[in-house]
Design a protein around this ligand. Structure first.
Ligand SMILES: Nc1nc2c(c(=O)[nH]1)N[C@H]1C(S)=C(S)[C@@H](COP(=O)(O)OP(=O)(O)OC[C@H]3O[C@@H](n4cnc5c(=O)[nH]c(N)nc54)[C@H](O)[C@@H]3O)O[C@H]1N2
Ligand SMILES: Nc1nc2c(c(=O)[nH]1)N[C@H]1C(S)=C(S)[C@@H](COP(=O)(O)OP(=O)(O)OC[C@H]3O[C@@H](n4cnc5c(=O)[nH]c(N)nc54)[C@H](O)[C@@H]3O)O[C@H]1N2
Ligand code: SF4
Ligand SMILES: [Mo]
Length: 703
């Protein structure tokens, strides 16, 4: 089907508004839990105008973030990659020459074959992430991996800690529907995230509740745009949410807010929990979190007194070494009060575990060989610099195929990542939309389509719709979709899976039919299929997702990995974080900026303009005490690396806590090295996961 065919198709929201301009439906592909339903102005076969939030989806409810509203700025950006490139200068020098698609793909395939012959197939490591969340374009790379017996991929950069912590108690990655908040919640707690920046739709619903008189509480180490909207802002020290949650439970039990009937029926060990938290007082938690006893007790009472209390658990507070334990401690709260019983009560972290979509065809799951080593995405630096343990004592990685991610900016331990990418014996192919800092290290760069130029389908984390999209415009220049690259390489490498001979639409349609879902055309025509499970099931009133149907206050942490044994068996403060020391007295949070999305949109002028420059937010009194002036250049660092940022005093955060929003490109720092030079690639407990907000640093006036 050509873009012209579907531009005029009869779908809710697809209409002609003036001569030549059509409103066409699509879905935001970016790595954001909102997965917004979009209405895109299609000006002609190659150009778009404004992008708006669609009303056809009542979670999106017509609202999208400013970044995507201005998507024309990104998709028609003058710096978009249009042609395949071959490196002609030193790695990272950005010296490239144009080359044909055929020659580029031939070189990649030849290199993969030669490297595999020399070191075995595990030397090749397809490396990807969620620059697009479309299941076909994002995950098709795994079909090639599985067919070719390349190193397996342990994806840890984002959701490992939060998923583990949520599932450890609840049993499945799903929860109560945020749409309930509008009418039914009397208390909304936004825990450890900043949706004003990162998923604006949470605010749409939270603010509807607030207008009705519901209270809004935000738990976050600094005064974010979200915290600005709150009735109560609890500015915890990073990595201490477990202590806060446990002290809240102490008050709930002590003051009679625990729902024993609910716990007897729906939870595993309420008596043990009650006895355990009796020893964890608000005074104890105050010492750990830096909050006052009064703040902890009054929040606990508010939570205990409100039946319809909704906790929106975000990712931010899980990005610490103890993040899974902290997520689990917070999810224990509605299991103590029985808030799950009420409409507008309970909690949500994400819904992605409830879609019935089968991914065997997309990912070649029938070909997985578990004897092959699995390498940790977040440990790219140690892996590329030859760390034996990170390489699982296997061969070096000498070939990379990278799609939908920009690790030269977003990975921890960036000094090692860049050192690794500079290796002369490493062959790197990057398929990208821009010449990113990662692409600059590549031997071969391939130009990629954007979401409005290809077909795909999407689950969501923040809502319950499964959505199919069709290309809206034609790709510019020689841009090709991910599926094309994978299929063409497969041919050259001798991979036989039939998925390589199908179009993305055929893969989608077959996968949907096999999963018992609407076929692709129906889904697209109707604007998405809603998999909402209904009140009973989404609130786990027919039981939690375990064989005994009980929420686990005592998770089986050891089931996730050997380090699970080191974790406390009941909710607690698990003190394995990068605590401050006399040499490194500050705890740094590296939080997302509003108009960047990870590394994406750092190329758009309006985002660069709004974010201004890399800054460090600090407690104002602390700035005065240290003699740091507003705007002053400060050097921030630790044993892993250092960089330079500008001081910004900001009320609402504790002394000893500093925040650097990003992710700024390395080139925007005076030193040429960004904030992830300081963050650690240590795996969180029990089974890995990146710890971006768990970093002890020193700060001094820059030389
Ligand atoms: N504009 C924008 N939107 C984005 C992104 C972006 O970079 N920019 N990234 C996208 C991606 S990939 C994801 S995964 C989501 C993430 O979005 P969220 O789920 O919101 O998670 P984070 O952005 O990691 O959370 C950041 C917030 O967590 C707070 N935080 C850090 N440590 C702690 C802690 O120990 N305790 C508590 N209570 N709070 C803590 C930070 O101060 C910050 O305000 O957003 C997506 N949306
Ligand atoms: N300091 C700090 N670092 C962090 C975080 C933090 O909070 N603080 N958050 C972490 C988190 S949660 C995440 S998820 C990671 C994400 O970091 P990245 O994986 O880098 O995320 P994105 O910026 O979403 O996407 C990367 C690239 O995908 C490309 N892309 C998009 N669509 C396509 C496509 O269809 N085909 C191809 N070939 N390419 C495409 C885009 O051009 C973009 O350059 O960053 C992590 N790094
Ligand atoms: S809020 Fe998230 S899903 Fe919605 S348009 Fe913005 S980036 Fe996309
Ligand atoms: Mo993420």
């Amino acid at each position: 089907m050509s873009p012209d065919d579907h531009a005029f198709a009869p779908i809710a929201g697809a209409k002609k508004i003036e001569s030549g301009v059509t409103i066409v439906p699509s879905v935001c592909p970016h790595d954001c839990t909102s997965t917004c339903a979009l209405d895109v102005e299609r000006l002609d076969a190659r150009r778009i105008g404004r992008v708006r939030g669609s009303m056809r989806n009542d979670y999106t409810a017509g609202v999208i973030c400013e970044k995507v509203a201005r998507y024309a700025e990104r998709i028609h950006h003058p710096d978009r990659l249009m042609k395949p490139l071959r490196r002609v200068g030193p790695k990272g020098s950005r010296q490239f020459a144009e080359i044909s698609w055929k020659d580029a793909l031939d070189i990649v395939a030849e290199q993969f074959i030669a490297k595999a012959r020399q070191h075995g197939s595990e030397t090749v490591w397809p490396y990807y992430y969620a620059g697009t969340m479309g299941l076909v374009q994002r995950d098709g790379i795994n079909r090639l991996r599985n067919e070719m017996k390349y190193s397996r991929y342990f994806s840890t950069i984002c959701v490992t800690l939060s998923d583990t912590g949520w599932i450890a108690g609840v049993g499945a990655k799903r929860g109560a529907d945020v749409r309930e908040v509008d009418e039914y919640s009397d208390l909304v707690v936004i825990w450890g995230g900043n949706p004003v920046n990162t998923q604006v739709n949470v605010m749409t619903h939270a603010m509807k509740a607030k207008k009705r008189g519901a209270k809004l509480v935000v738990v976050d180490p600094y005064r974010t745009g979200t915290a600005d909207q709150a009735d109560i802002h609890l500015a915890v020290r990073p990595g201490t949410d477990g202590a806060l949650a446990v002290a809240v439970m102490h008050v709930l039990f002590k003051e009679g807010y625990a729902d024993w009937d609910y716990m007897r029926r729906y939870t595993d060990a309420p008596d043990e929990l009650a006895a355990h938290v009796a020893t964890r007082t608000p005074e104890w938690a105050a010492g750990i979190t830096g909050l006052s006893v009064e703040e902890i007790v009054s929040f606990a009472r508010l939570y205990g007194q409100t039946k319809a209390s909704f906790i929106r658990c975000h990712h931010g507070f899980s990005r610490s070494r103890n993040g899974a334990a902290n997520m689990h401690a917070v999810t224990s709260l509605p299991a103590v009060t029985g808030a799950w019983k009420y409409k507008g009560g309970g909690a949500l972290y994400g819904h992605t575990g409830m879609y019935p979509i089968k991914k065997t065809l997309i990912e070649g799951l029938d070909m997985v060989d578990t004897s092959l080593r699995e390498l940790d995405q977040s440990r790219l630096g140690p892996i590329l610099t030859g760390d034996r343990e990170a390489l699982k004592n296997g061969p070096p990685v000498t070939a990379l195929l990278i799609q939908n991610t920009n690790p030269a900016m977003v990975c921890p331990e960036l000094e090692l990542v860049h050192k690794g990418f500079s290796r002369e014996d490493l062959f790197t192919c990057v398929h990208e939309q821009f010449l990113t800092e990662t692409a600059a290290f590549a031997d071969i760069v391939l130009p990629a389509t954007m979401f409005l130029e290809h077909d795909d389908f999407y689950t969501a984390s923040g809502h319950t719709f499964f959505q199919v999209t069709k290309a809206v415009i034609e790709p510019p220049g020689e841009c090709r979709e991910n599926h094309y690259v994978i299929s063409e390489l497969a041919k050259r490498l001798g991979a036989k899976h039939r998925g390589f001979d199908m179009t993305p639409w055929e893969i989608m349609d077959e996968s949907l039919r096999e999963s018992g879902m609407w076929d692709a055309e129906t889904n697209w025509r109707k604007g998405g299929q809603d998999f909402h499970l209904g009140f009973e099931t989404s609130h786990f009133l027919d039981g939690f997702a375990w064989p005994d149907k009980k929420f686990r206050f005592k998770p089986d942490w050891a089931a996730y990995g050997p380090r699970g044994k080191e974790m406390p068996s009941l909710p607690d403060h698990f003190d394995v974080i990068d605590n401050p020391t006399p040499d490194k007295p500050f705890r740094m949070v590296a939080a997302p900026a509003r108009t960047f999305l990870n590394s994406t949109f750092t190329e758009t002028p309006s985002s660069q303009k709004r974010e201004v420059r890399p800054t460090v937010m600090m407690n104002p009194e602390e700035c005065v005490a240290l003699g740091f002036a507003d705007g002053e250049r400060l050097e921030i660092g630790n044993d892993r690396g250092k960089t330079i940022v500008h001081c910004k005093p900001r009320a609402g955060q504790q002394k000893g806590v500093v925040v650097v929003e990003g992710i700024w490109p390395n080139r925007n720092f005076e030193t040429g090295m960004g904030i992830n030079a300081l963050t650690s690639a240590d795996p969180g407990w029990p089974n890995g996961g990146a710890v971006f907000h768990d970093t002890a640093v020193w700060i001094r006036k820059a030389p």
